[in-house]
Design a protein around this ligand. Structure first.
Ligand SMILES: CC(C)(COP(=O)(O)OP(=O)(O)OC[C@H]1O[C@@H](n2cnc3c(N)ncnc32)[C@H](O)[C@@H]1OP(=O)(O)O)[C@@H](O)C(=O)NCCC(=O)NCCS
Length: 204
């Protein structure tokens, strides 16, 4: 566990806010001051408007990375257990070795869609407004700690995420052990939102 930050589940703060009106106001203003400096609207909108619903509906769990004094949200990440689904037409375009890594039991079968047990890192972002500025590296490392402890209990062969295909994000994720999911012809697998998929084997 980090010495500089406290990781708190969004739902724990929400529960506290239901019991304590003053804390509810404080939490509201913490969320309101979260900013991505306009870099990624989805990440900002998610924490402000969607995290609670996703949490309640068990669609994703959000973790707030707080400063030691629990005064501000320095960053956050959201995760959910969700398999990587690869359509049959795409599965056949992956090299045999990639297929084997993804699914050691089903890599020879190119006649059906594939589901690989995985954990999705759905959101991750720094709060650019925070006094205590966490780095992307620290934030990602904290998310790995949470993800490792969860996957050791429930399984999940890969950690993955979908992202815009930018140089910054490519450097950021590949520096932390992720690689593009890409086809044998060198092109990248694209999600239905036309994003790229970064994958990382869980115990690598
Ligand atoms: C991704 C992130 C955690 C990386 O943190 P970091 O490694 O400490 O890097 P910084 O925040 O200092 O950003 C470095 C540069 O990358 C740029 N950048 C950050 N996220 C970017 C994105 N999603 N797309 C394009 N450029 C991005 C920043 O604008 C900055 O540019 P500058 O050096 O010209 O000012 C952080 O930048 C962030 O929270 N970004 C917004 C949310 C986001 O995009 N999350 C990833 C979703 S897949």
């Amino acid at each position: 566990m980090s010495n500089s930050y406290n990781v708190v589940q969004f739902s724990d703060f929400k529960d506290l806010a239901k019991e304590d009106e003053r804390f509810a106001e404080v939490f509201e203003s913490m969320l309101a001051s979260f900013s991505n400096n306009g870099i990624n609207k989805d990440v900002e909108t998610f924490i402000k408007k969607k995290a609670e619903q996703f949490d309640n509906m068990n669609m994703a769990k959000t973790y707030l990375v707080m400063d030691k004094g629990l005064n501000e949200i320095c960053g956050y990440y959201s995760i959910v257990s969700k398999s990587i689904t690869i359509k049959q037409r795409d599965w056949g375009k992956l090299s045999k070795s990639v297929r084997k890594k993804l699914n050691p039991f089903g890599y020879k079968d190119t006649s059906s869609d594939q589901n690989i047990p995985a954990i999705l890192l759905g959101q991750l972002g720094r709060n650019f407004n925070a006094d205590n500025k966490i780095s992307g590296n620290e934030l990602l490392s904290l998310s790995f700690e949470t993800i490792k402890s969860i996957s050791s209990q429930i399984g999940g062969r890969y950690l993955y995420l979908e992202a815009d295909d930018t140089q910054k994000l490519t450097n950021f994720y590949t520096n932390h052990g992720f690689s593009y999911l890409s086809f044998v012809d060198g092109s990248c697998y694209k999600t239905k939102n036309n994003q790229v998929m970064f994958i990382k084997k869980m115990n690598d």
